[in-house]
Design a protein around this ligand. Structure first.
Ligand SMILES: [Zn+2]
Length: 221
């Protein structure tokens, strides 16, 4: 069942490893099927190189395994809580990518100082309070910190991104890591200047209108 979604979720888990966002078996991607409401997620403890669509696990929103030979990710409860709370979310990605997590280690948000990431998120990357790893408390902390947005760092832990698909959530995780790295380097040179709220809003609206193959084809030149 859900073969296309299993392929997408498997591919996006591989993307984490290929882009240097994870090591070993730490980190995970899931996707929600809009029709059945079932969630496809990475199995627990399996190295990224060993993942195939067949190893993906299908669960319902209560955590019952619907299909799959393996145990689902240890973070499945967190993913399911977020899906239950956020009807707009159809993909979730979790990493401990080093630059983003260095902000989480300090319990600090990643400020909105770069337009490319601000285009996508429409805000900074907030950081949650400390929460117990692997427990529903972490999911609650993510929901609180994200405030309806698409990302949150978890204090002393890592990054969760939420998207309209598994592919979208994973793209956000990659772009956030890139922005965290650049922000870190910029901060080594001295204080950084955050974009003003009206410019952040303008950036986000411009991106919505112009990025990708949908919408207006006219080029401002
Ligand atoms: Zn983690």
């Amino acid at each position: 069942m859900l073969e296309t979604l299993k392929e997408e979720v498997c591919e996006q888990n591989h993307e984490l490893a290929l882009n240097g966002l994870v090591v070993g078996s730490g980190g995970n991607v899931s996707g929600r099927d809009p029709d059945s409401g079932y969630v496809v997620i990475k199995p627990s403890g399996l190295k990224f190189a060993k993942l195939t669509p067949d190893t993906m696990v299908v669960v319902d929103l209560k955590g019952n395994v619907i299909e799959g030979k393996m145990k689902p990710s240890v973070d499945t409860g967190i993913h399911l809580y977020i899906y239950r709370e956020r009807s707009d979310v159809f993909g979730i990605t979790h990493t401990h990518s080093p630059y983003a997590t260095s902000f989480a280690a300090r319990g600090e948000r990643i400020p909105a100082i770069l337009t490319p990431i601000t285009h996508m998120l429409g805000r900074d990357v907030p950081c949650s309070r400390y929460a117990t790893p692997g427990e529903v408390d972490t999911a609650q902390a993510i929901i609180e910190a994200a405030q309806g947005g698409m990302s949150a760092l978890i204090k002393a832990h890592g990054l969760f991104t939420m998207g309209t698909s598994a592919t979208h959530a994973t793209s956000l995780a990659m772009y956030i890591e890139e922005a965290a790295k650049t922000t870190h380097i910029a901060m080594l040179h001295g204080p950084v200047e955050e974009l003003p709220p009206e410019e952040i809003e303008r950036c986000a609206n411009w991106f919505k209108k112009n990025y990708g193959q949908s919408g207006d084809k006219k080029i401002n030149a």
